[in-house]
Design a binder for this molecule. Structure first.
Ligand SMILES: Cc1cc2nc3c(=O)[nH]c(=O)nc-3n(C[C@H](O)[C@H](O)[C@H](O)COP(=O)(O)O)c2cc1C
Length: 172
């Protein structure tokens, strides 16, 4: 990572407001290997402290191509970009890796950490995350039915929740 201009910081030293970061600036969820990788834009999720470790939590619909990659790898990364990459995040959030090479279309350059985790040379911050827990959201667990219908309508398609330990944080 160092050779791409990243330096390692502690998770507790992440600076930006985390709600604004996720909601407004979005992130890429990326998983896979040099041979097989996919990424998608996400802006539901967060960071915190759980089970005595720093964690992220993200939500992925099983129909996403990225779901297969997050399922079949022990780790995934969250990458954050400056505003000049908004168009790239739009592409990764509207096209599916099933149909095209969207990483190339978005002009992003994959790199791999020494742990083998995928990220992008263009990102400003990379979080390497190891999965700890995964479970489907269940409609009967929603306490406010308005949220369920507003987020999912009548046909369901709920997300899967992943909680993952933040193993490394890299910033430019
Ligand atoms: C701003 C934004 C945020 C998104 N957040 C999520 C999310 O949190 N979870 C999710 O499953 N999909 C989310 N999506 C949708 C996926 O990024 C989109 O369906 C993408 O095309 C999936 O690509 P894939 O099939 O290659 O995985 C978001 C899209 C955008 C534009």
């Amino acid at each position: 990572m160092e050779k791409f201009g990243f330096k390692r910081i502690r998770p507790e030293d992440i600076e930006p407001n985390l709600i604004r970061l996720v909601e407004k600036e979005w992130m890429l969820v990326t998983a896979g290997t040099k041979e097989r990788i996919n990424t998608m834009t996400a802006n539901w999720g967060g960071m915190g402290y759980l089970w005595n470790r720093p964690v992220v939590f993200i939500f992925i619909r099983p129909e996403r191509y990225t779901y297969e990659f997050v399922e079949s790898n022990e780790s995934f990364t969250l990458t954050f970009f400056d505003e000049s990459y908004r168009a790239a995040l739009d592409i990764c959030g509207t096209k599916s890796g099933r149909d095209c090479d969207k990483i190339a279309e978005a002009n992003l350059t994959p790199l791999f950490s020494s742990e083998g985790n995928p990220a992008f040379e263009e990102s400003e911050m990379v979080l390497e995350c190891k999965k700890l827990y995964a479970g489907m959201l269940r409609d009967e667990e929603f306490l406010d039915p308005h949220i369920l219908t507003a987020a999912y309508g009548l046909k369901g398609n709920l997300h899967k929740l992943y909680i993952a330990e933040i193993k490394s944080v890299w910033i430019k």
